[in-house]
Design a protein around this ligand. Structure first.
Ligand SMILES: Nc1ncnc2c1ncn2[C@@H]1O[C@H](COP(=O)(O)OP(=O)(O)OP(=O)(O)O)[C@@H](O)[C@H]1O
Ligand SMILES: [Mg+2]
Length: 371
């Protein structure tokens, strides 16, 4: 254009030359504005607004919905409780996703996909929903087993329809129970089908990357195809809670009931190896007993009842101690460093005074020494 403008000027067509010159200056001004405008519109999560009346796509054969929409007001407002490193990692993801604009303005490609994995009941689904709520985004929750149709070829079409829907609307796509796809592999009849399904997933995940946020959840990360695994920018493992986190989870679920610090620590001690979901259930049992029998109830008998009704879920040694001779239990509680119990704490739990507790512990020690 510049060369043409100069040629025209040389030829004496000054009118055409100045018309081009003014076009060029205008064009220069737009180039200056353009880059940030482009990145801005790309970074924002685009799409139409989902409402409670929006129809989700359905499986053509069974008419079953392929996904469910969860809106931010229906999401538990409090963050699930994790250890510091997981909490920190979650904060990083939320921060990145809340600042997609700022990131792409400085040329950093934000991660838009995250895989969350860990044992059942560790709070993965709750975490994914909470992240969406922090961003004010509705969640399109797809249960992969719902997508897997018994009709050949239909599964890939369902996956395509689901992603097309997710890409059209402003939302976070949550692929829950992601390993269901991998389970198809166990069926030798399905070799061709599983390949098609995995390919459909890979293609759709790739094209969605530019468009919106996606979280995948699995209990069995080892079952996932490595190619699927690689599609996720961030991978977050949710571990089973350690002692301190278990105390926090008990405190999280205790209100409106007020429980003493010693009671919550004992709940955490008792739920060694348990998940958040199990601690929630145990805390619920405790609250039920408080509601029915009043605050002066005996925590040890509550725990014994819970252990009897949930025998498979409770750590074996802790359960045996609970049903052992009181002196043996008291001694074990007293010598547990994590618990850090005084004779008074143990007395409070067992409904005894502290001198009884120390007498029973000494008796056990003497018996041990005599052996
Ligand atoms: N770390 C945690 N903090 C608070 N609540 C938790 C935590 N872990 C589990 N829970 C509670 O346990 C229940 C189950 O949680 P959630 O459904 O998120 O588990 P999940 O990891 O998705 O399990 P699954 O793999 O079986 O789907 C919820 O009621 C949740 O509130
Ligand atoms: Mg879940």
């Amino acid at each position: 254009m510049e060369r043409l403008q100069e040629a025209l000027k040389k030829d004496g067509d000054s009118k055409a030359a100045s018309a081009l010159a003014s076009l060029l200056t205008a064009a220069e001004r737009t180039t200056e504005v353009l880059p940030s405008r482009i990145t801005r519109s790309r970074a924002q999560i685009p799409g139409e607004i989902l409402t409670r009346n929006t129809q989700v796509p359905v499986d053509r054969e069974s008419a079953a919905p392929l996904a469910e929409i969860v809106f931010p007001p229906d999401i538990h407002p409090e963050a699930p409780v994790f250890n510091d490193s997981v909490t920190g990692a979650v904060a990083t993801i939320v921060e990145e996703w809340a600042n997609l604009d700022a990131l792409s303005e400085v040329g950093v490609l934000p991660s838009k996909t995250c895989l969350i994995y860990g044992a059942p009941g560790t709070g993965k689904t709750r975490l994914a929903l909470w992240i969406a709520a922090q961003l004010g985004l509705p969640v399109l929750v797809a249960r992969i087993d719902g997508l897997v149709s018994s009709f050949l070829g239909t599964t890939s079409r369902n996956i395509g329809n689901l992603f097309a829907f997710a890409n059209r609307y402003r939302c976070l796509l949550l692929l829950d129970e992601f390993d269901a796809v991998a389970k198809l592999r166990d069926d030798p009849q399905e070799v061709g089908e599983i390949k098609r399904v995995v390919n459909a997933l890979l293609q759709n995940l790739d094209s969605r990357r530019e468009i919106g946020l996606t979280i995948g959840i699995t209990n069995h990360p080892s079952l996932l195809d490595p190619a699927v695994w690689r599609r996720f920018d961030a991978q977050l493992e949710i571990p089973r809670p350690g002692f301190d986190v278990r105390v926090k989870i008990a405190k999280h679920f205790m209100p409106p009931v007020e429980a003493s610090e010693a009671h919550m620590r004992l709940i955490a001690w008792f739920s060694e190896g348990a998940t958040g979901a199990e601690i929630e259930a145990l805390t619920r049992a405790y609250k039920k007993h408080v509601a029915v029998r009043g605050i002066k109830q005996d925590l040890l008998s509550t725990l014994r009842q819970y252990a009897t009704l949930n025998s498979a879920r409770i750590d074996r040694t802790r359960r045996d101690l609970l049903f052992a001779d009181q002196g043996v239990l008291f001694k074990a509680l007293k010598s547990d460093d994590q618990l850090g119990f005084s004779h008074e704490d143990i007395g409070e739990i067992a409904g005894k005074d502290k001198s009884t507790v120390s007498r029973q512990i000494s008796k056990i020690m003497e018996e041990k020494a005599a052996e």
